[in-house]
Design a protein around this ligand. Structure first.
Ligand code: CA
Length: 130
């Protein structure tokens, strides 16, 4: 089963990404944490942090994310990513439908300003990230 995940930018541009299907069942539970996981390097390499859906600051992971996954487990997950702490500054959002994963392997290709710049995340409110 494949579903489409969406990445919405503050500019209103929407990108589509082919979502991977999560493996469910015994032995795979640890692979499916709902919400966002941020990785220091591109293609999900090196250190990572999994704040899930809410973090007013990312602590030692501030300004480090270079690739991202957003996982929708039992329900759709739509996450806002902010370039400043406490949900402020420039932002964009990523959405994964239930049972799918939004993959952003090279964040700088979405927007060079986003690379090594994410400082907080929270669930997308109805309508917007503002
Ligand atoms: Ca980085």
């Amino acid at each position: 089963m494949k579903k489409t995940a969406r990445l919405s930018l503050a500019t209103g541009v929407a990108l589509a990404a082919v979502a991977t299907t999560l493996i469910s069942g015994a032995g795979a539970a640890s692979a499916a944490t709902a919400g966002a996981t941020l990785y220091d390097k591109t293609f999900y390499a090196d250190d990572s942090v999994g704040p899930g859906t809410l973090a007013a600051s990312l602590g030692s992971f501030n300004d480090r994310a270079s690739s991202i996954k957003v996982v929708g487990t039992s329900s759709q997950e739509s996450i806002c990513f902010y370039l400043d702490a406490n949900f402020s500054g420039a932002h964009f959002s990523g959405t994964a439908d239930a049972g799918s994963t939004l993959m952003i392997p090279v964040l700088r290709l979405v927007n060079p300003a986003y690379d090594n710049s994410i400082s907080s995340i929270r669930p997308k409110l109805p309508g917007d990230c503002n």
